[in-house]
Design a protein around this ligand. Structure first.
Ligand code: G4P
Ligand code: NA
Ligand code: NA
Length: 190
């Protein structure tokens, strides 16, 4: 998505060599028109996949996921992040390690909102090491739901997540794919 690449170049800030700060349009302030274009782009890519549920993770995945759900006309569920590792009979859950935050977190989804045989599109804001995506896939598996694909706003292609998901045979569609970041420089894969 050309427009997104331009906004990343004009508004993104590279911290160290691994973190791209995009608080001005995605992770803190939200630019609705840009988010709308993201959702439309995901919906266009996955329109023939018979999607009937979207699953994302709170909080930054919610905005693009809601627009995608609006266009595809399906409900959107966001996995909640939980610090405590206690389980609950009425939830699907999966723990994952965040390399960025150096902590374990548990993602939980109520059994009321994810069902057997649903065709689920996963959406997230960043793909880094793929641990959040992997946890969402595990949750779908517990529910007996089918993962129809994954839509990512910004993929850092040089980290492990993309390969992990490709190896699982999942259709990954990323709106911007960063091949390299170094100080002020950001390079994209076409
Ligand atoms: P992974 O799922 O791909 O393994 O990533 P990781 O656990 O390392 O990511 C932890 C958090 O950091 C996630 O947000 C993820 O979206 C975000 N993240 C990863 N790399 C970057 C980056 O380069 N820039 C920014 N801005 N975020 C990054 P989160 O904790 O779930 O927070 P949020 O959804 O509430 O924003
Ligand atoms: Na995030
Ligand atoms: Na996220």
């Amino acid at each position: 998505m050309k427009k997104l690449e331009e906004v990343i170049l004009s508004h993104g800030k590279v911290l160290g060599k691994d973190i791209l700060k995009v608080d001005s349009f995605l992770n803190h302030q939200i630019k609705p028109k840009l988010i709308k274009e993201m959702g439309e782009e995901f919906a266009e890519h996955f329109k023939d996949k018979n999607i009937n549920k979207i699953l994302t993770v709170e909080s930054s995945g919610i905005a693009p996921a809601v627009i995608t759900g609006l266009v595809l006309d399906c409900d959107v569920v966001f996995a909640r992040k939980q610090k405590s590792l206690t389980t609950d009979d009425n939830t699907f859950s999966s723990t994952c390690y965040s390399y960025t935050k150096e902590e374990m977190k548990r993602l939980i989804v109520s059994k009321d909102y994810l069902h057997e045989n649903e065709n689920v599109l996963l959406i997230d804001d960043f793909l880094a090491n793929g641990q959040a995506a992997k946890a969402m896939v595990a949750i779908c598996k517990q529910a007996g739901a089918n993962v129809a694909g994954i839509g990512i706003v910004i993929e850092k292609s040089y980290q492990d997540g993309r390969k992990l998901l490709d190896d699982m045979g999942i259709d990954v569609y990323s709106l911007a794919r960063i091949s390299h970041m170094d100080g002020k420089e950001i390079e994209f894969i076409d």
